[in-house]
Design a protein around this ligand. Sequence first.
Ligand SMILES: [Zn+2]
Length: 136
Amino acid sequence: MILNEFIKETQKNQMISTLLKHYKVGSVKMKQKSMKDHAHYDVDRGELQLSTRYKTLKDSQIKEFLITIIHEIDHAVDSKKYGWKRFKEMYEFEMNLQVQAGKNEYDDNEFEIKAEKFGQKNWKQWYSKFKKQNLI
Ligand SMILES: [Zn+2]
């Protein structure tokens, strides 16, 4: 690993830990996993999963990275608020509701819509903060 890569990896981890602390989800179960998405909240396990596949971020990946992390953090916030088992039940209930209405269990899922709005609404503010801190 060259020094520049090491610095970038550190900065990426610093952004993640800043976000987790800010939204107070540090106590939610967490796992590092090699996966395509930057992050994923596993409803069945009540676990926030962070990708180890991207050690560093290219400029073109930063927006998607921030939206994804903030989106998944919204699920983690709900999981903390309701307790992960209850949130799992609520999420599954919502999935069934959408399926019964002939809609899509994810795209029309109120938790997914809320999380995506949260990500879209907040990524820019974090982008400027992290830019000022020379993290990106
Ligand atoms: Zn989601």
